[in-house]
Design a protein around this ligand. Structure first.
Ligand code: ADP
Length: 394
């Protein structure tokens, strides 16, 4: 059967999924992931309904980097029966000012995406690895890049600029925003889940190991907490979120830290991990009775409160608040604490529904509907990929 392959390549993990194309519709067939690349790599894949297909551990040296992980995934995928690859869709973090929607990848596009590595130095190079490999190995299979930045494009210029001389904006120094594929999926899903309010004033909180919030009006992004890079906004697993740029100058000039050291601090050793000194994982922090763990969580919730307030101001009020991604979908205590922080806006959480993991967790009295919607970036990539190759091949 004709199928799409979707890649989502991160720094230490590679997610891949296969979607069958049945009568022009997408049916998910396989979810796969290799994580622990370079340390304790593990390949896991299941069917769409969760039945295990493979669970294999590797020696760290056998899968030291992303190309090696892709080779493992590819070997496993090639052994599958009945997959006729129609196209490959990729998550690409940065489309720069130029790519405001999904694009068919050719050598020129790849050159531009390499150029945008400067705008996302830690994410973009990884995203490009599977693209290059597929170009070499399967040059006849069309590839589509789907950007995290694209969904936020089109915001008013006075909202996506920094107060820097105009030339910087023209050179691409802008508040792009990220997690766009997730927000686009949620915006679509909300139309099905809550059609009466989906086009109203919506805040979506994508709370995973990376975290951001987005203000939607009419299903479009009008404001978001991330900016030029995926460092800004909310505190994250290992990233600090909003930080006075003066701190960076201080670290370099007064503390003598190199650019590499500061970069490593900001991307890998700050956020919940840095603040707690315990873990970047919200589960571990919630389970710990170490006061540093509860301190880090308190900081996270406080920053969520402030950023939600900022987005509510941008929207002129709020009708719906959506929790998504690893923490938002799975952590009732964090949802409860953020919802309590929104009480001044009229939010009231239904404790039993929240504990039970219901899709709607607000009371009937609540002025704001509180929803929990699992995100699906890979489905969004597959939809974009199918749409683009269908128009190009028609
Ligand atoms: P990403 O795709 O950005 O790697 P996810 O959206 O999968 O991240 O989120 C991963 C994070 O979700 C983990 O680091 C963990 O902190 C959090 N998480 C997952 N399950 C739970 C849970 N039951 N309670 C609290 N946090 C959770």
């Amino acid at each position: 059967m004709e199928a799409l392959l979707v890649f989502n390549a991160g720094s230490s993990s590679l997610k891949f999924q296969i979607f069958d194309i049945a009568d022009g519709r997408l049916e998910r067939r396989i979810r796969g992931k290799i994580d622990g690349i370079g340390s304790s790599p593990r390949l896991r894949a299941t069917t769409a309904d969760g039945a295990e297909l493979v669970a294999r551990s590797f020696d760290g040296a056998a899968v030291p980097d992303l190309p090696a992980a892709i080779a493992e995934a590819r070997d496993w995928l090639l052994a599958l029966e009945g997959v006729e690859l129609r196209a490959i869709g990729h998550r690409v973090v940065h489309g720069g000012p130029e790519y405001i929607g999904p694009v068919l990848i050719d050598a020129t596009v790849l050159d531009r995406l390499v150029h945008y590595q400067n705008l996302a130095p830690l994410h973009q190079p990884n995203n490009l690895v599977p693209i290059r490999l597929a170009m070499e190995i399967n040059p006849e299979v069309p590839q589509v890049a789907c950007f995290d930045t694209a969904f936020h494009h089109g915001r008013a210029e006075h909202t996506d600029c920094y107060a820097l001389p105009r030339t910087f904006y023209d050179q691409g120094v802008r508040r792009y925003g990220f997690h766009g594929l997730s927000y686009e999926y949620i915006a679509e899903r909300l139309c099905e889940v809550a059609p009466e309010v989906a086009r109203g004033r919506v805040i979506v909180a994508h709370l995973g190991s990376g975290a951001s919030m987005c203000a939607l009006r009419g299903g479009q992004s009008i404001e978001t907490t991330m900016g030029f890079t995926a460092l800004d906004g909310l505190p994250m697993g290992t990233r600090p979120g909003q930080l006075d740029p003066g701190v960076v100058l201080h670290l370099i000039t007064a503390k003598g830290m190199s650019v590499e050291e500061v970069s490593d601090l900001l991307y890998h050793n700050a956020g919940l991990k840095g603040l707690s000194g315990i873990s970047n994982d919200v589960r571990e922090l919630l389970a710990s009775d170490d006061p540093r763990a509860s301190f880090a969580i308190a900081h996270f919730v406080h920053r969520c409160r402030l950023h939600a307030g900022m987005l509510a101001a941008a929207l002129g009020g709020i009708d719906v608040f959506v929790f998504t991604a690893g923490v938002g979908e799975n952590s009732a205590p964090i949802r409860a604490r953020i919802a309590e922080a929104l009480a001044w806006l009229g939010a009231e959480v239904d404790a039993a529904a929240n504990e039970a993991g219901a899709a709607l967790i607000s009371t009937t009295r609540s002025r704001i509907a509180l929803h929990v919607i699992p995100t699906d970036e890979e489905l969004m990539i597959a939809r974009h990929t199918l749409a683009l190759i269908s128009t190009h091949m028609d």
